[in-house]
Design a binder for this molecule. Structure first.
Ligand code: BJW
Length: 255
């Protein structure tokens, strides 16, 4: 797919001469995993058996119909075993290993494709499909395979008290203090494959710009917060991300 570069109304060139990028925060969303075969949330394939994510990814939905919510996450956990990281995940892992400055990859995704590609400096702000959380003893642990309603906690043994370790609407995303600190200290904020529909992630670009960082987005279409970015590159993550990382690593005086 051809790439389009859309400078925003408040834009200055992203790599203005003399700009010294050292600290980078990267936010990823469902679009980065789309080319691996995982569905996004708000695209044409975004419904799960007729349900909007807003109707299954809430604590209220889990209380009302735990079987439905478990079925949603069991199906996605099973699908995870059939997919592989793509060129965008791999390029970000390369950046992680080669970038000498601070770098934090914050993903909204609950899949494990970033770590399978090799990313280390990574936060899953919306939780992980491959973890369970026991509501009785508060332990979180690795979970492979279906969970269902009767699952027993691998720590305290209680049955029927384990839920997917996922941040649902109305719940506090993980590691917000660490994320906020990294965003306030970054020189470059990059957003990849996210619609900008869900907060607090959708507000990160605003904080980064307010604190003086440049901002770049790479997405199939301009996100909802697109005008906050210095530059929007429109196209597939699998094409744009490797290209950007080649550009960054070859142009950085610190590389
Ligand atoms: C490609 C591509 C390719 C496709 N290449 N690109 C009213 C106003 C403002 C806020 C609120 C409000 N009412 C309630 C809220 C808060 C609420 C919220 O934001 N609601 C909105 C619906 C308005 N947020 C919360 O409740 C959060 N908690 C919270 O706010 O706590 C209080 C707090 C206060 C202060 C500080 C901190 C916290 C929790 C949000 C939890 C979100 N959980 C979900 C589901 C669980 C995870 C799971 O099951 O997987 O997380 S929702 C779902 O959306 C999922 C995603 O991580 C998240 C974001 O979606 P994403 O990744 O952007 O996907 P899409 O599908 O929307 O977009 C994909 C994009 O990729 C598209 O643009 C495509 O074009 C593009 N694309 N292919 C590049 N190949």
């Amino acid at each position: 797919m051809p790439m389009r570069i859309v400078p925003s109304l408040i834009a200055q060139p992203l790599y203005a001469s003399g700009m010294d990028i050292r600290n980078i925060v990267i936010l990823t969303g469902a679009g980065i995993s789309a080319e691996s075969g995982l569905a996004t949330f708000r695209g044409p394939d975004g419904l799960w058996e007729g349900h909007r994510v807003e109707d299954v990814a809430t604590p209220e939905a889990f209380r009302r119909d735990p079987a439905l919510v478990h079925a949603f996450y069991d199906a996605r956990r099973a699908k995870l075993g059939t997919v592989e990281p793509n060129a965008a995940h791999q390029a970000l892992a390369r950046l992680d290993s080669e970038w000498p400055g601070e770098l934090l990859l914050v993903t909204q995704n609950v899949d494990d494709l970033h770590e399978r590609a090799g990313s280390k400096r990574l936060i899953h702000m919306h939780g992980e499909l491959t973890k369970g959380w026991c509501l009785r003893c508060d332990e979180r642990f690795r979970w492979i395979g279906p969970m269902g309603e009767g699952a027993a906690c691998s720590s305290c043994g209680a049955a029927g008290m384990v839920r997917p370790d996922i941040v649902w609407f109305g719940e506090m995303p993980y590691e917000m203090e660490r994320i906020d600190e990294a965003i306030r200290g970054c020189d470059l904020f990059v957003s990849i494959g996210t619609s900008g529909a869900v907060y607090p992630a959708a507000g990160f670009v605003q904080t980064a710009r307010y604190c003086g960082a440049r901002a770049l987005e790479m997405n199939l279409e301009p996100s909802l917060g697109s005008t906050m970015f210095n530059e929007s590159r429109i196209g597939r993550a699998g094409d744009l991300v490797p290209q950007w990382i080649d550009e960054l690593l070859s142009s950085s005086p610190r590389a």
